[in-house]
Structures are given as structure tokens and as C-alpha cells.
Design a protein around this ligand. Structure first.
Ligand code: ATP
Length: 482
């Protein structure tokens, strides 16, 4: 028996015999795929956003994500992360680094350059192969990525039939020039992935970090792709952030580590609050695999338009180290003193998008419930991801409460990102904090001046408890889990 989900209708998930076929929609879908289920929460009782617009407008209204250069009409497919979005994005990246680097003793972090010379991209194969098939509609003159068209015979913009030009390959790398003199010698590229920085630095890291395979090099940072059809808000943009690990292993251990990383990466999303019903692991079909890949699986998330990729986990064999070694003339291998063997390690690469993942966390966290007959919007973000961990809310703006409220704020802010808000009535302030996902609110009232205690309110249950200020830090840390 395997856990399967049908790739046609995305609905059937069940334990099934190996020859199972989906009958959910119009007939039998022939290619259900095996699905590893993470251990975690189900969606029961939640109402995640079903429409991207719900999240896009909340994010604009509350200061998570803005259209870039909006005062000039906006710059297509580029976004700015506002006061809350920049914190959320930073927390997504920190949660990744925490689990991929901090909590392990076999992974180190680097921060490589974004600008690179053509030699790197020549050796990696990006100059020759990093392209998408581009088609033009001869009727409305719009351009599309052929492999992403729902119906390759119909233009999704104007509806014209058979109006597409033959596909031509379009390289996705942004080319620029380094230095004041134009010419072939000054060509440079913005990296389209962070991965190559880990391969080109392999030798130096091996020497300086005193690691041996199996070990990994991780990196978080910006990447740039001149996408033909950027779409779906921050899902596919031309400038985005990635979180990638290159995990170097003895060739004979490659298959086991691949399985390990597939499961570990799927579980990471569940551990950070995405209900397991909204995730799946989809092994690539043979015709999807890159030429060097011995196997790739995508972690997919149930976006409003269907399941789509959050992260790819690839077995890249020794392709990259060998390619850079041949092109640079540098030795990029490992000598094992125990076996007296020299070998080029194989690589398992879990490659995730930070900005795309942030969209998924927001969509999954969105919920609506009813409090005292009123609909409330609440972002049930995992406390590690929430932009603010605690809101400090003096009941009134009166000067009498401010000194104590500020003292409580300073005490909490030493350890956590805190929002201080003294405007509007307390009900409205709670709603605002619910909507931006703040897990805890601390209210200072006039009794606080007498009893040195405050009220702590829980975002998810709206339960309120009275806590002495002397125990506040311990209570907050106990409830947040850190
Ligand atoms: P896609 O098929 O969606 O174009 P990909 O398979 O080319 O993605 P990878 O090269 O494997 O993507 O990159 C790893 C991760 O980086 C992706 O899973 C995704 O989360 C993120 N990513 C890639 N391209 C973009 C983009 N244009 N905008 C935002 N995130 C991206």
C-alpha cells in the first residue's frame, strides 16, 4: 500500500494498492503518484485563503508586501517587503537556517556573491541550457512560456486559436556589465540560483570548515531570473530569494540521503504550521528530469490554483563539481584518509524559495472565525514566523499607563520583536494583531498599577490570563515555545 494523490484532480489522497488509479473526476487517471505523508496537523477546522486576492489585499493593507516603485505606476513582477513583510521573510529564512545549519553539526553557511563571471555559468551549463520555451501570440503580441500554457493551441490572453509562433529558447539569466568599459571581458551575470556559489567554494570550505562528506554547504540569498511570465504575486518573480543546501555525500550513500532530505524537507513545512493536507511530495517523471539528475522530487503546496512547487530536492550526482573542476583546472574532490580513496562527492540539493514559501505560509495561516457574532480574520502563523511575537497594548492612552507599558515593552523587546500600540479601542487593536498574526497580546490596565500584573491574550483561542509582571517573560516564552 502507498499514500497517493492523483495529479489530475489533486483530490484523491488515500492508502491504495500500488496499481491504484484515480476515479474522482471524469474517469480513470492513469498516473497517480506515490506521496510521502509528513506527520502533522490536518486542515480540519481551518479556513485557509482560497483566493490569492484575500492575501494580496491583506498584505497591502497591513504593510507586508507592496508593488515596487508604485508611485511610478509599479514595476512589473517586483515587490517590496514592508515593515511586517520584511520581518516575516526574515523569520522564514531564519527558521530555515535554524533547522538546516544551527541544529546540525554537518552543515555550514556561506554568503557568496550575486555577480559572477561567464566562466561560472559556462561550466554550470546555465549559458547553454538555462532557458524556457518562449512563444508569441501573433494576434495580441503577448509572450508566453510554452510549457506553462494550459492549452498550447489557445492564447490565454486574447483567446485566438493556433496563433502561436514556433517556440524558441529564451535564456533566463540577467546579463550586465562589470566596470566602465563595455565588451566581452566585462560581461557579468546576476546569479539565477545560489547553488553555484557552494560548488565553486567547495574546496575552500572543505579546508577551512574541517568537514568531510557527508556534509553540506547552505546559503540564503537573492537570485534573479528573467521569467517570461512572472505571475501569481510573489510566487514567480524576476527577483526572489532562495534557501539552498548542497549536501555532499559518498556516492554509495546518495540514494539514502536523497530519501532522508525529501522527508526532512517535507516535515519542515509541517513543523512550521502548514497543515499536511496542503502539502505533497511529487517525484518527477523521467521526462522532467534534468540531464544530470538521478532523481528529483518537488515539495508542492496547495495554492489557490492547485498544487505547485515550493522546493525541489535533486540528486545532482557529481555533475557540478566535475564540471567546475574541468573548467577551472582546480581539484574539487575529497581524499578519505581512512580508505585512502579519492572521490568526487555526489550532491543532494534541497532548493527552496524563501519568497514563494512566505506566500505559502500566509495562505495556509489565513483563517476566519466568529468572535461575539463578528467575523474575525486571523493569521495563524507559527510563532517563529510571526512578524511580531507580542503586542503591548496599554488600555488607555493616558499618561498614567504609559511608563509601566513602556517598561513592559522594553523588557519584552530585549528578547522578542514587539509591537506597541496605544491607539483605538482595545477590541480593534486585538483584531489588528490577529490579522497580522501576533501570537500574544499583553494588556496593561489601571489595575496593573496596583497589582503589578498584566493580561496576556492568546491569538488563537482569544483566552486571557492575568500574569504578574515578574513572571511575564517566563509565561511568554512558555507560550511561544522559545
Ligand atoms: P519553476 O518550475 O517554478 O520555475 P524551478 O524548478 O525552475 O521552478 P528551481 O530552479 O528548482 O526552480 O529553484 C528552487 C526554488 O526556487 C523553487 O522551488 C522556487 O521555490 C524558487 N524559485 C525559482 N524560481 C522562482 C521565481 N521566479 N520566483 C520565486 N521563486 C522562485
Amino acid at each position: 500500500m502507498v499514500r497517493v494523490r492523483c495529479r489530475e484532480c489533486f483530490m484523491c489522497i488515500q492508502s491504495a494498492p500500488d496499481d491504484w488509479a484515480c476515479t474522482f473526476l471524469t474517469g480513470i487517471h492513469e498516473k497517480p503518484f506515490a506521496r510521502t505523508r509528513p506527520i502533522g496537523r490536518s486542515l480540519f477546522g481551518r479556513m485557509p485563503a482560497t483566493d490569492l486576492d484575500q492575501i494580496v489585499s491583506l498584505c497591502k493593507r497591513r504593510g507586508f508586501v507592496y508593488q515596487s516603485a508604485e508611485i511610478y505606476g509599479g514595476f512589473r513582477s517586483t515587490y517590496d517587503y514592508g515593515p511586517l513583510g520584511s520581518l516575516l521573510l526574515r523569520n522564514v529564512k531564519e527558521a530555515w537556517v535554524r533547522s538546516m545549519v544551527q541544529q546540525r553539526d554537518d552543515v555550514v553557511l556561506i554568503d557568496a556573491a550575486i555577480l559572477g563571471p561567464p566562466q561560472v555559468w559556462q561550466a554550470s551549463g546555465h549559458l547553454a541550457n538555462f532557458s524556457d520555451p518562449l512563444v508569441d501570440c501573433t494576434n495580441c503580441k503577448q509572450r508566453f512560456r510554452e510549457d506553462k500554457l494550459d492549452d498550447p493551441t489557445t492564447c490565454p490572453s486574447c483567446g485566438a486559436k493556433d496563433s502561436f509562433t514556433p517556440a524558441r529558447e529564451f535564456n533566463l539569466m540577467f546579463k550586465t556589465q562589470a566596470g566602465p568599459v563595455e565588451g566581452a571581458g566585462s560581461d557579468a551575470y546576476l546569479r539565477p540560483e545560489t547553488a553555484q556559489g557552494m560548488f565553486t567554494n567547495f574546496g575552500q570550505v572543505l579546508q577551512t570548515a574541517r568537514k568531510k562528506p557527508p556534509f553540506g554547504i547552505a546559503q540564503v540569498g537573492k537570485s534573479f531570473r528573467n521569467e517570461i511570465t512572472p505571475q501569481n504575486w510573489i510566487f514567480r518573480t524576476r527577483e526572489f530569494e532562495q534557501m539552498e543546501l548542497e549536501f555532499f555525500v559518498p556516492p554509495s550513500e546518495s540514494a539514502d540521503w536523497y530519501e532522508y532530505w525529501c522527508n526532512a524537507r517535507l516535515q519542515w513545512y509541517v513543523d512550521h504550521g502548514i497543515p499536511d493536507d496542503m502539502l505533497m511530495l511529487r517525484p518527477h517523471d523521467d521526462d522532467e528530469l534534468s540531464h544530470y539528475s538521478a532523481g528529483t522530487s518537488d515539495v508542492e503546496f496547495k495554492f489557490p490554483w492547485g498544487f505547485d512547487e515550493l522546493e525541489g530536492i535533486a540528486q545532482r550526482t557529481d555533475f557540478d563539481l566535475k564540471a567546475h573542476s574541468e573548467a577551472s583546472g582546480e581539484r574539487l574532490d575529497y581524499f578519505d584518509p581512512q580508505t585512502n580513496e579519492r572521490y568526487v562527492p555526489y550532491v543532494i540539493e534541497p532548493a527552496a524559495g524563501a519568497t514563494r514559501t512566505m506566500a505559502a505560509f500566509l495562505l495556509a495561516a489565513y483563517d476566519e472565525d466568529e468572535i461575539n457574532g463578528e467575523t474575525r480574520v486571523v493569521l495563524r502563523l507559527h510563532p517563529r514566523l510571526a512578524p511580531y511575537k507580542v503586542a503591548v497594548l496599554p488600555l488607555s492612552k493616558k499618561d498614567t499607563l504609559t511608563p509601566l507599558a513602556q517598561k513592559v515593552r522594553a523588557m519584552l523587546a530585549d528578547r522578542y520583536m514587539v509591537d506597541y500600540d496605544e491607539t483605538q479601542n482595545i477590541g480593534k487593536r486585538y483584531r489588528r494583531q490577529d490579522e497580522i498574526g501576533t501570537p500574544l497580546a499583553v494588556t496593561i490596565d489601571f489595575d496593573s498599577l496596583e497589582d503589578d500584573a498584566v493580561t496576556v491574550r492568546d491569538r488563537d483561542t482569544t483566552e486571557q490570563v492575568r500574569v504578574p509582571i515578574s513572571e511575564l517573560l517566563a509565561t511568554v516564552s512558555g507560550r511561544l515555545g522559545f
